[in-house]
Write a protein that binds this ligand. Structure first.
Ligand SMILES: *[C@@H]1O[C@H](CO)[C@@H](O)[C@H](O)[C@H]1NC(C)=O
Ligand SMILES: *[C@@H]1O[C@H](CO)[C@@H](O)[C@H](O)[C@H]1NC(C)=O
Ligand SMILES: *[C@@H]1O[C@H](CO)[C@@H](O)[C@H](O)[C@H]1NC(C)=O
Ligand SMILES: *[C@@H]1O[C@H](CO)[C@@H](O)[C@H](O)[C@H]1NC(C)=O
Ligand SMILES: *[C@@H]1O[C@H](CO)[C@@H](O)[C@H](O)[C@H]1NC(C)=O
Ligand SMILES: *[C@@H]1O[C@H](CO)[C@@H](O)[C@H](O)[C@H]1NC(C)=O
Length: 499
């Protein structure tokens, strides 16, 4: 990544760039077949098959893909607490390590999903609160001084999966685990090949401030921070497009009472255009949506708002999946809305039918933005994402729609992707008792721990049209120059760094 800048942008809180994909044609509905589909059930005595989805998990005991410099670097252990609500695979057992441990896999070159599974528990009588470790892969630091138990407490869940997208240039994918103090552990490791150009692309994004530009290159790694089936149910890995992603419900992230309505068209056909290959997201994602309503006047001053907790100091990729499936909506200018990120809008009018070309045709819109850290402060801030009607367009209905949302963190120029550990949570906080695979942010607890951060806004000039490879989004610009306002992050919460 490069950001070249001439004007000092010290006050900038957020940069936004827009990429639009909008050409239409139909493609065969094919699942993506990943060339690598590796699942490691760490510390489990044998190879096993998960009953929920028939996937094969192999053991790392006696394997030829695990390396350490010294003998007795690692041991295996069963979780002390086991409950039917916690999947046995891969959480029943863990590999514990006391010094550096490497896993090394032979893979084909190209982008890979790397998923790490953690179930914080007392293993071999060790105290879970002593587990702090770093995970890296090649030049990327994926997790640093990471405490699984602080993270699951913060998320109010029993276990967690960390997903990364890494482009492999050679033929090996190495994952290095190093205790930062105490010890470390891991329950499962998954490696799945990704379709090229799904998220990581060799692409130059538009100029900001005339001399500022952003290069999203093949060498950038991503961490998935949120992946939501907006207005629908959770989509489990086996119902994804062959790359085993999980799409969580969005209802936990809705801010205030802005639930709107959900739209569900279980029977409607989804016609993927060539710019949105069928592996982009499953059909079920596009069949459900959160909308306001077609009862126009009452929506005029309303918005749909979600709130997300993000690590400061990183760039993020925001992908909005849009598809209109309601029978009444077939023509341009029936529904036009704005998307705002962090209370600022890019000014881009979202008319789903106009952008996609028709009812039942998906489209997605990407933005890249940065949540800037205040001084040396590293921590989390809440970021709002809102949709609200574009009244100036004089649409037939004041409404807005969202089918899916993905938020990824991009590595720093030095390859770091790791944020700081979340703050310890109040031990009195009520645990729901129903463990979940959702990456829940419990808004109540965040608000309770909140403090006010300072806000600053900056306006940058956003210019299209230089060395742009993807013509489809250049064509959207009516002229060569657009103005993009930057995101204001106010009223956000900040935390002390932990650990
Ligand atoms: C991510 O890290 C790699 C390797 O250090 C670097 O080449 C790339 O530009 C970084 N990406 C961003 C967005 O900074
Ligand atoms: C588990 O499966 C892997 C890959 O198929 C194989 O190499 C390994 O020998 C198997 N291990 C055991 C213990 O059966
Ligand atoms: C583990 O991998 C790292 C990074 O590739 C390397 O520096 C280290 O020597 C490896 N350690 C072992 C024990 O193989
Ligand atoms: C490794 O552990 C085994 C079994 O606990 C023990 O017999 C052996 O001496 C240890 N080796 C070293 C080098 O500590
Ligand atoms: C980036 O990756 C794509 C797909 O794997 C490949 O076609 C392209 O040549 C790569 N670009 C560079 C600069 O390595
Ligand atoms: C967004 O704007 C609303 C009022 O319009 C304000 O109350 C809220 O604090 C802002 N939130 C953020 C995260 O900027």
């Amino acid at each position: 990544m490069k950001i070249t800048q001439r004007n000092p942008l010290v006050t900038t809180h957020f940069y936004l760039f827009l990429i639009i994909h909008l050409t239409i044609s139909t493609t065969a509905d094919l699942l993506y077949i990943p060339s690598e589909n590796i699942l490691i059930n760490c510390g489990f005595p044998s190879n096993t098959t998960a009953s929920s989805n028939d996937r094969n998990w192999i053991t790392d005991i006696g394997s030829n893909f695990m390396f350490s410099a010294q003998p007795n670097t690692s041991t295996t252990s069963e979780a002390s607490k086991q409950s039917i609500s916690i999947p046995q695979i891969p959480y029943k057992t863990a590999r514990l390590f006391y010094s550096q441990l490497n896993y090394s896999f032979s893979v084909s070159p190209g982008p890979k999903f790397v998923r790490l599974y953690f179930y914080p528990d007392s293993y071999s009588g060790l105290n879970q609160s002593d587990a702090f470790f770093t995970v890296s892969s090649g030049q990327f630091t994926l997790l640093s001084n990471f405490s699984p138990s602080l993270t699951t407490d913060y998320l109010n869940q029993d276990y967690l999966i960390k997903e990364f997208c890494i482009n492999i240039e050679g033929h090996t994918l190495d994952i290095t685990f190093t205790p930062s103090h105490g010890y470390g552990f891991v329950n499962g490791i998954e490696i799945v090949s990704m379709p090229p150009n799904l998220y990581i692309r060799d692409e130059l994004l538009p100029f900001v401030g005339q001399l500022n530009w952003f290069e999203f290159d093949n060498y950038t790694a991503l961490e998935t921070v949120y992946r939501l089936n907006v207005g629908g149910n959770e989509i489990p890995p086996e119902n994804d497009t062959g790359i085993f992603r999980t799409w969580f419900q969005d209802s936990h992230y809705i801010f205030g009472g802005s639930y709107g309505e959900t739209s569900k068209k279980t029977e409607v056909g989804i016609h993927y255009p060539s710019t949105v290959p069928p592996y982009t997201a499953p059909e079920d994602l596009y069949r459900t949506a959160r909308v306001m309503s077609l009862d126009s006047e009452i929506n005029i001053h309303k918005q749909l708002t979600w709130s997300f907790s993000l690590d400061t100091g990183f760039f993020y990729l925001f992908r909005f999946h849009l598809c209109e499936t309601r029978d009444q909506i077939t023509k341009p200018n029936q529904i036009v809305f704005y998307i705002s990120i962090g209370n600022e809008t890019s000014g881009d009018r979202m008319d789903v039918i106009k952008r996609s070309g028709g009812n039942g045709v998906p489209v997605y819109v990407d933005y890249v933005g940065m949540v800037v850290a205040e001084g040396n402060y590293r921590g989390k801030q809440d970021l709002w994402i809102s949709l609200y009607p574009c009244i100036e367009a004089n649409p037939m209905y004041y409404d807005a729609i969202l089918n899916g949302l993905e938020i990824f963190k991009l590595n720093h120029t030095d390859g770091n992707l790791a944020g700081s550990n979340p703050p310890p949570t109040n031990p009195d906080r009520v645990h729901s008792g129903t463990p979940s695979r959702r990456l829940i942010l419990v808004v109540g607890s965040v608000v309770a721990g909140g403090a006010i951060a300072i806000c600053l806004v900056c306006f940058l000039i956003y210019r299209y049209g230089r060395s742009l490879k993807d013509k489809s989004w250049v064509s959207l610009a009516n002229n060569n120059r657009r103005y993009l306002s930057l995101v204001e992050i106010t009223n956000s919460r900040q935390y002390e760094q932990v650990g």
